[in-house]
Write a protein that binds this ligand. Sequence first.
Ligand SMILES: [Zn+2]
Length: 137
Amino acid sequence: MSNCELCKNPGGELIWQDAFCRVVLVDDLDYPGFCRVILNRHVKEMSDLNMAERERLMTVVFVVEQVLREIMQPEKINLASLGNMTPHVHWHVIPRFRQDKTFPNPIWGRSRRETVSLSLDADTARRLKSRLQSALG
Ligand SMILES: [Zn+2]
């Protein structure tokens, strides 16, 4: 477990956490506002969680989705749970914009255009973090 990257590090800029899971902001210039909801302990699949835990995790995911919609007005939110390389079940919550690098493909898909830096401006980042923290309590 000591070799696990997500046990040693938050996996992004830590915005909020409790004993169960955490929300981090991913530093990705191509996908501003990209957040991850990461389970703190080692659980591989959603179906390894009990019903209450599934609901608890998804409640956090949907709060993040809602706040991203409110603050960033994306064209679409992409939710994804892949996690092939880590034992921590986690959800990617990705605001998508028509001008982003791969839209309308998945972000892991083929690039559609040169990267226009969409980086999160300081004020939006601040509002996003503070809104997430108050919504998650
Ligand atoms: Zn770990």
